[in-house]
Design a protein around this ligand. Structure first.
Ligand code: ZN
Ligand code: ZN
Length: 371
């Protein structure tokens, strides 16, 4: 396992380091906060991220300045970069699965030097009709990390302390912890939306990427049975699912060997909704776990009949993070990660776009001395 003081490298790092600014060597215990940092910046949707030296953000009261150690790459980042989500902050530093060290704060909750996680939900208003109904994930005034405020594709990030979470000591390697912050959390919320483990035993998962590979570990820990659906012909993905404990793996165009109690869809492909409806039993639920999906084609009403339901999961609530970050070490959840240097963010996004990775892509902000 890597410690925070080891330098993490990627085979292509040296080539990029020749032309890009190097991350600043930084020690939380002793260093001055530098005035500028390397960030990968989206200036316009549908264009590559630009490596830029930008000012280190300054925390306001109630905010933490965090030295980013690792930031996982989520499919939602792709939707932002590809212009599929409306009105991002521009220019924008993407990234919302952040693990780092608190290096400036005025807080009773956190201390300098603590390792924290920062997720997609960056701030909620606390007074809209959803917030007062305990549905902060639907807040009308919410701010989202790496979308409507700057995120973790950078050396530093500022976050509201109320929306930061302590990383369990079990995850000593920040790159391994990073995918928990969205892939893990959204997977967990999707699983809870599908239903509790006493009722929902046979669970289908469509799209076996970062979220699914964590969700499968949680579900199996809870005693559920996993049926994994990948792109047709993706034998490697199906093998990966079996290695993680799926009792059956096949193409999304196939039906499972027996009807399912529920299915969760992570792939952003609308045609999977009628596919999944045919795979679930009467009374079964199909949960759409992604923020964006292509159109759902029309289908016979008979596939919905029998009290089957289709629903979506939007964002996350802080309670999800607290619960999941307790559950993950207890269940021994181990993310599979492929590491990229910060300056390789475009390559990492492309790898996610092509669906070629097992598990999650993670940007590692190397040269960190956490003191
Ligand atoms: Zn609100
Ligand atoms: Zn995400």
């Amino acid at each position: 396992m890597l410690s925070t003081t080891e330098t993490i490298t990627h085979p292509e790092t040296n080539r990029l380091d020749d032309v890009l600014p190097r991350p600043t060597v930084f020690n939380v215990a002793t260093a001055e906060i530098p005035s500028s940092m390397l960030a990968m910046v989206l200036t316009k949707p549908l264009t590559p991220l630009q490596p830029q030296q930008v000012g280190v953000p300054r925390p306001k009261s109630g905010e933490l300045l965090v030295k980013v150690e690792a930031c996982a790459v989520c499919r939602t980042d792709l939707h932002v970069v590809d212009g599929e989500l409306p009105d991002p902050k521009l220019p924008l530093i993407p990234g919302h699965e952040i693990v780092g060290i608190v290096c400036q704060c005025d807080s009773d909750r956190f201390k300098i030097g603590e390792r924290v996680g920062i997720a997609w939900l960056g701030w909620t208003c606390g007074h809209c009709r959803f917030c007062v109904a305990d549905k902060e994930n639907l807040c009308e005034n919410a701010v989202f990390t790496g979308y409507t405020r700057d995120g973790g594709y950078a050396e530093f990030v500022v976050a509201d302390e109320q929306f930061c979470f302590r990383i369990p000591n079990y995850y000593g390697d920040p790159a391994t912890a990073a995918p928990l912050l969205c892939a893990g959390l959204i997977g967990y919320r999707s699983l809870m939306t599908a239903g509790t483990a006493d009722r929902i035993r046979k669970l289908g998962i469509y799209g076996f990427g970062a979220a699914a590979h964590l969700l499968a570990q949680v579900a199996i820990y809870q005693g559920r049975t996993i049926f994994a659906f990948t792109r047709p012909g993706d034998n490697r993905g199906q093998e990966f699912a079996r290695q993680l404990g799926a009792i059956w793996a096949g193409g999304s165009d196939q039906l499972p060997p027996e009807p399912l109690d529920a299915a969760i869809i992570f792939a952003p492909a609308g045609p999977l909704v009628p596919q999944a409806l045919q795979a679930v039993d009467k009374g079964g639920r199909v949960v759409c776990g992604g923020i964006h999906m292509s159109d759902i084609p029309s289908f016979p009403y008979a596939w919905l009949w029998g009290e089957r339901t289709v629903c979506s999961v939007a964002n996350l609530a802080r309670r999800d993070a607290v619960e999941f970050l307790q559950l993950a070490p207890a269940a021994g959840i181990r993310p599979t990660v492929t590491r990229f240097a910060l300056a390789e963010a475009n390559e990492a996004l492309d790898a996610v776009r092509k669906g070629k990775l097992e598990g999650a892509a993670v940007l590692t902000q190397s040269n960190i001395g956490a003191g």
